[in-house]
Ligand binder design. Sequence first.
Ligand SMILES: [Zn+2]
Length: 162
Amino acid sequence: MSSKLTPTLRIGQGYDSHEFKPGIPLIIGGVKLAHDKGLGGHSDGDVLLHAITDALLGAIAGPDIGSLFPPSDPQWKGADSAVFLREALKRVRVAGYELVNLDSTLILAAPKIGPHAGAIRKRVAELCAVPENCVGVKAKTPEGTGTENAAIAHVTVLLQRG
Ligand SMILES: [Zn+2]
């Protein structure tokens, strides 16, 4: 990742999903939410930070999160997903870019994200070092998709050459 990439702007898209499991904390966008279930799987299961990480890596045509941090590697079990996001942001800088804004859509049946959207936007903005008004957090319920026991995140990022 030493050579500088050329376009002035680059767009990135990220997607992730995790299954709800009882008895573990629910962390979305680096914020712990009160709920009777959390998200299992890779690391702390932070579906939003994983999708942001992949969107950033995709924008610079880098390797994806699973290649950099294999779920099979025990060192990432229960890991703080901010570690993955920081690595992606570092790679963005090395490639000669900075994050302009990001937008996200969360799809989950519960808990309601609306009351926590402000806290999630604030934390994601801190982690990404962008103003809060450059972080979009929207939430939908999984109408007709049959994914009631999962949390899904879609993320788009815009980078500009720094
Ligand atoms: Zn994930």
